[in-house]
Ligand binder design. Structure first.
Ligand SMILES: [Zn+2]
Length: 251
């Protein structure tokens, strides 16, 4: 049986002499693992379409539940990411995080669209890394079922709250006692506006907000901590991305 599907390569593992196992995020089938035979040979016609972080049209052979790539045509290679190690590392983190939320046999077009739009915003649109990272993480948390309540302080109802509770996903004021012992992170008015925008905007407008650099860095730390808390997961690709940033700071 043959299957045609549009999918992004989330992860690649080398096996045997010339093969790879690929984790794909498919538009209509969710997460799948497929084998690409001979793809590491220079002459393989599958080579460019089976690269990490490539959106491709795949024709797969399904033999007793084992999937093998028969044909693959790349649709979008997100080329600017391949010329910049920081962007490639951040894109790899996005792919790993999307893979942690995706499920096999569960189509999730919103998730695939979020990942592709984030890679596109990082690369061709040239949006800042902290902005794209923060928007991706918070929106991914929403898609995973952890949409925060950003309307007002959960205690007094003030819309101008200045703390965000990482485990509850709620707002509060510094002076309001929430009765919970979770970690509350400080939130500036600009950060709160940006978070509301990210959670409530149209998907295609997700990366079209502005915030000053310092606030963006703080927002990116907050959205990262929120995503890790809710998913109860850490990501080695994120650790690698951070080592690159620290290395960049010292040269
Ligand atoms: Zn309050």
């Amino acid at each position: 049986m043959y299957i045609k599907t549009e999918a992004v390569v989330l992860r690649e593992v080398e096996i045997n002499d010339a093969d790879k196992l690929l984790d794909l995020l498919s538009k209509d089938r969710g997460l799948m693992t497929v084998k690409a035979r001979g793809v590491r040979r220079g002459s393989s016609p599958l080579k460019s379409a089976c690269q990490l972080l490539t959106l491709s049209e795949f024709t797969l052979q399904d033999y007793r539940g084992k999937l093998t790539v028969q044909e693959a045509q790349s649709i979008e290679q997100f080329r600017p990411l391949r010329d910049n190690i920081e962007l490639l590392a951040l894109g790899s983190y996005f792919a790993q995080a999307a893979g942690a939320v995706a499920q096999a046999d569960a189509p999730n077009p919103e998730l695939m669209s979020l990942l592709c739009n984030a890679l596109f915003a990082l690369g061709k649109l040239g949006r800042g890394q902290a902005l794209v990272k923060a928007a991706f993480e918070l929106r991914l948390a929403c898609l995973a079922g952890f949409t925060p309540d950003l309307t007002a302080c959960a205690v007094c109802g003030s819309p101008e709250a200045d703390r965000f509770d990482l485990s509850q996903g709620t707002l509060s004021c510094s002076g309001c006692q929430t009765g919970e012992s979770g970690i509350r992170m400080p939130l500036s008015p600009g950060m709160l506006l940006a978070m509301r925008y990210i959670v409530w905007c149209e998907p295609k407008r997700l990366f079209s907000f502005r915030l000053d650099e310092n606030s963006l860095r703080e927002l990116s730390s907050l959205t990262e901590a929120y995503l890790m808390t809710q998913l109860e997961h850490s990501f080695y690709t994120l650790d690698f991305y951070k080592t690159l940033l620290h290395y960049g700071d010292t040269i």
